[in-house]
Write a protein that binds this ligand. Structure first.
Ligand code: PAF
Length: 290
């Protein structure tokens, strides 16, 4: 019989419930989100339920990870629907604080991410990862959990959080979960709702270009420059011309790789109208012959 989901907006209550669970010796999983939940988030909740006896989900559109001119104000916030989705997915606790609860008054202390691994989104979103690391650190304190689940769509975010947990000795395990895609390959994202039908049509070109390059890599192409050139050409042909980056990076450190000599990730970010899309695919090492 599923237990009723706790809906909590204040910090002491959220912390008390998680601590009670931990006191009972059960494994607690945490799924931090900004809401507008889709299948990608549901896959995280499922992974958490598969691994932990209790699952807490947080929904908070974190103002400090958005830069000036970014989409903080128009980020979708279908709170009532999200609450139902969480309950139906079997979450045990939904923590949905107000901005003033998370950031009351003047803030003097932040988590600062030095030497951001890789270029990727960092140069295009100054301060973004400091904002992410700060709020995730707060969430880890508010909702003390044993394991936290993050999607690989935000691959750089996943690596930044893993590094923060290591550097600051958070007693929590970080689990990365595979990207969930629409039937035509588009990576699921809360921001996809902003795409016009015409942009939505073109958006498919992003994952198509990445998968085509991944196939070439699997067939033996090791030169990053050549793979990146091909992705850029495919994107232009698909009508996606406003690119922030296309990069091939080490899958663990995010350092740029000139040749595929280790497990790598091909990552790209593009803008379609008002919407910024990011996506990435693993590049498997080609099988050596002979
Ligand atoms: O990936 C997200 O939804 C957010 O960046 C996170 C991790 C919940 C922090 O606000």
């Amino acid at each position: 019989m599923p237990s009723k989901m706790h809906l909590v907006a204040d910090i002491p209550a959220a912390r008390r419930i998680c601590r009670e669970w931990q006191g009972q010796g059960v494994c607690v999983g945490l799924v931090p989100t900004m809401g507008a939940l889709h299948e990608g988030h549901l896959s995280l909740i499922r992974a958490a339920k598969g691994r932990c006896q209790r699952v807490a989900v947080s929904i908070f559109v974190n103002p400090i990870q958005f830069g000036p001119g970014e989409d903080f104000h128009r980020y979708p916030r279908p709170m009532e629907r999200d609450r139902e989705v969480c309950a139906a997915a079997g979450a045990d606790l939904l923590f949905a604080p107000r901005d003033e609860t998370m950031y009351p008054g003047r803030r003097l202390t932040f988590v600062r991410v030095e030497e951001l691994p890789g270029g990727l989104c960092g140069p295009f979103r100054p301060g973004h990862f400091d904002g992410v690391a700060t709020v995730v650190a707060k969430l880890f304190h508010i909702l003390p959990a044993d394991v936290a689940f993050f999607g690989e769509k935000d691959y750089q975010q996943l690596i930044v959080i893993r590094q923060m947990v290591k550097d600051l000795d958070f007693p929590i395990e970080i689990v990365g979960c595979p990207i969930v895609r629409e039937a035509d390959g588009l990576a699921m994202s809360s921001r996809n709702v902003h795409l016009t039908p015409e942009e939505r049509g073109r958006a498919t070109g992003l994952s198509r270009a990445l998968f085509a390059a991944a196939e070439r890599a699997a067939r033996g192409e090791r030169r990053s420059e050549e793979l990146i050139r091909a992705v850029r050409a495919d994107l232009v042909n698909a009508g996606i011309e406003s690119l922030d980056y296309v990069e091939i990076v080490d899958a663990e450190t995010l350092a740029p790789l000139a040749r595929l000599t280790r497990p790598a990730r091909l990552c790209a970010a593009a803008r379609l109208g008002q919407t910024r899309l990011i996506d990435n695919v693993p590049l498997d090492l080609p099988v050596e012959c002979g």
